[in-house]
Ligand binder design. Structure first.
Ligand code: ADP
Ligand code: MG
Length: 602
């Protein structure tokens, strides 16, 4: 529980650089929410008016303030969280600069009611333009309730910089999600415009929090991270490489539970993922670094979004190595467990680089991710058994020293036949290739759609239906349909609202003309869980293309003639990214002749 509030000394005030704290409604939400957390709150209710631009109400069940402390809390640099300069380096609370409340009060009207649990009555204070308008006793529940209104009314320039209310609201929601993630015992309700945006119960684990705050499917697939080294603990989750995202928004770091943006940490993550993700794709990763307070300086940014580490290279190194292991890249064999130093990471020694590359190749092979990797017979003698001191080889892994050819020409392979109605089997001089016919076709169609939709003259024509089909949708599906209507039309699926929640479909994409229009539209909407409906236009567009490609491609258990297989191979050869389907699954896996020798113990 915070102690008594005091005024910081002049000297300390000068040592703390003052700065802009309140930029937009989301910054107010951040400061208020952090104060509630510092006050030990376990329950929070936040209501936004006009996306936070019109007003922000917050109520917590935290410790509350003593009557005498109430006016003090609004003095600049009045805080109950640090008392002397050295405390700055031990600070565990979110706040310590005593700037938030006076800053908010200077740009808005703020009304606070607060009561400490043991007190009989609460205290009320109203400020406007930084001036106290009213104080006095009031009845109120234990904890603190704040109402912020007339935001930026007296700073019109600031107001102009705000985005639309929808965007500001979205930023507030992102802020809340970010701040509450580490606090399992905190219950939060966020409402806006009469709707509940978030209703988060207390949770048992970070994994559970992630699945409630973000995409549950993503949370389910995430790989746990847990490593402690030299007094620094690194915990969290990262998505496997086939679950990448188109932006870096979900790369989130917490240092001693404080959300931070940090180039060094971001760089470390991208280094660990290098070669595992296609270009311009990012993992979702939530990393929690815990280190002794003296190892990190949190007073380097006015909104405390950046920190400075005492030993940045150790942190960098820990992240690269730990994520590398988690992603299956580095250190899969004991030899790789000697960790590189920071200098090596910056200008890697040849053998370290080779080891990393080899390790990554092994990963590539064992999951079939990115490119199928195959291994021509090494020129020298092939020794039969694995030497006793080497770890046993992973199935189908390769330790060959010879350079890897980087592309298969499918058209030049010998087609042997189809297995299980789904897999096409080919023989090649270097080994055996197995292709997933659905994944291959899906990639081909997706790339084709992408190419057409990016072309200056979009010639993705729709096939006009003889009888337009009327389909009735649920209200949510209908409003989402309106949202993506233009994108659908661009891709050849033209449909229009037709009264109530119904739509009329006029054309379907030419390559999907055999599909029933109703199924097509409903399946497409089903492919968008609620969490994906908030994505950017570009993300939605990509997802729609994936969904259409998936519906149109040959299915598992469809018989293909040899001519059709030859066609597929020819087109696949001409298709970029031909080694994974648009969902990130492999199109084919390969076994080298050497793999066979090893399997048969030759
Ligand atoms: P800081 O958080 O940096 O100390 P603020 O201006 O945000 O500065 O808050 C000033 C003081 O007001 C805090 O130190 C705390 O004592 C008190 N305070 C603010 N919000 C709350 C709250 N929700 N519950 C209890 N005390 C609060
Ligand atoms: Mg504060």
């Amino acid at each position: 529980m915070p102690g008594k509030i005091i005024l910081l000394s002049e000297e300390l005030i000068n040592k703390i650089a003052a700065g802009e704290v309140i930029e937009r409604p989301a910054s107010i939400v951040k400061e208020l929410l952090e104060n509630s957390l510092d006050a030990g709150a376990t329950e929070l209710s936040i209501v936004l008016e006009r996306g936070g631009c019109g007003g922000i109400h917050l109520a917590d069940n935290g410790a509350g303030l003593a009557p005498d402390d109430v006016p003090l809390a609004f003095f600049r640099h009045a805080t109950s969280k640090i008392y002397q300069f050295d405390d700055l380096y031990q600070v565990r609370s979110y706040g310590f600069r005593g700037e938030a409340l006076p800053s908010i009060a200077s740009i808005a009207r703020i009304e606070m009611r607060t009561r400490q649990g043991s007190a009989l009555a609460g205290t009320k204070i109203v400020l406007q333009n930084g001036e106290v308008q009213e104080t006095g006793e009031t009845g109120c529940p234990p904890g603190t309730q704040l109402q912020v209104s007339q935001i930026f009314d007296n700073v019109p320039v600031r107001k102009k910089f705000l985005k639309s209310e929808t965007t500001e609201q979205q930023l507030c929601l992102e802020m809340v999600s970010r701040l509450v993630l580490p606090h399992n015992n905190l219950r939060v309700r966020l409402e806006a415009g009469g709707r509940t945006l978030l209703s988060l119960p207390a949770t048992r684990s970070l994994a559970e929090r992630l699945s409630l705050l973000f995409d549950p499917e993503m949370a389910r697939r995430m790989i746990p991270i847990d490593k402690t080294e030299g007094g620094v603990s690194l915990r969290g989750y990262i998505t496997p490489p086939d679950h990448s995202r188109s932006n870096a928004k979900q790369i989130q770091f917490y240092v001693n539970n404080r959300f931070v943006r940090d180039h060094l940490l971001q760089h470390a993550v991208m280094t660990a993922c290098r070669h595992l993700l296609p270009e311009k794709r990012y993992p979702a990763v939530f990393l929690f670094l815990d280190l002794p307070a003296g190892e990190v300086d949190v007073n380097v940014h006015p909104a405390k979004l950046e920190v400075r580490f005492r030993q940045p290279q150790d942190i960098y190194h820990l992240i690269v190595a730990t994520l590398g292991v988690a992603l299956g890249g580095l250190a899969v064999s004991p030899r790789d467990q000697a960790l590189p130093s920071f200098r090596e990471l910056k200008s890697p020694r040849a053998d370290y680089e080779t080891r990393v590359r080899e390790a990554l190749k092994r990963y590539t092979v064992s999951t079939g991710k990115e490119k199928p990797v195959f291994y021509p017979r090494p020129s020298g003698e092939i020794k039969g058994a694995t030497p006793a001191n080497e770890p046993p080889p992973l199935p189908f892994s390769a330790r060959e020293e010879s350079p890897l050819p980087d592309r298969i020409r499918f058209n030049e392979l010998d087609y042997l036949g189809q297995h299980g109605g789904s897999y096409l089997i080919f023989s090649a001089p270097f080994g055996l290739v197995i292709m997933d016919q659905h994944a291959a076709h899906e990639r081909v169609l997706f790339e084709e759609l992408k190419r057409k939709s990016q072309a200056a003259h979009n010639d993705t024509t729709g096939q006009r239906l003889l009888i337009p089909e009327v389909i009735s949708l649920s209200p949510e599906d209908f409003s989402f349909f309106v949202d993506i209507r233009d994108t659908l039309a661009d891709l050849g699926l033209e449909a229009e609202p037709f009264g109530g929640d119904t739509v009329v479909v006029k054309t379907t994409p030419a390559f999907l003309k055999e599909k029933e229009p109703k199924r097509l539209l409903l399946d497409l909407l089903d492919d968008f869980p609620a969490s994906h409906r908030q994505q950017t236009i570009e993300e939605k567009r990509e997802k729609i293309m994936i969904s259409l490609a998936c519906r149109a491609s040959v299915m598992a258990r469809e018989r293909l003639t040899e001519a059709e297989v030859a066609d597929l191979c020819r087109i696949l050869d001409a298709t970029p990214n031909g080694y994974t389907c648009p969902h990130g699954r492999p199109v084919c896996v390969s076994f080298s002749s050497r793999d066979f020798q090893r399997l048969f113990k030759r």
